[in-house]
Design a protein around this ligand. Structure first.
Ligand code: ZN
Length: 57
């Protein structure tokens, strides 16, 4: 572990059959889109972990 990454919640956005994850960046406050969850690096350089949403049975 080098740098602790904050956990962020995401909103799923489905576009043309592809799921994107919208995250409100804790660093810059803007919305960033990601194609996957987990430990991601934002365009602004911030790092965070996008929590995966697993469907509950
Ligand atoms: Zn950002």
């Amino acid at each position: 572990m080098k740098t602790p990454t904050p956990d962020v919640s995401s909103a799923e956005l489905v576009t043309a059959g592809q799921v994107q994850y919208l995250v409100t960046c804790p660093a810059c406050g803007h919305l960033h889109r990601h194609l996957d969850t987990g430990n991601r690096r934002a365009p602004c350089g911030a790092r965070y972990t996008i929590a995966s949403k697993e469907p509950r049975p």
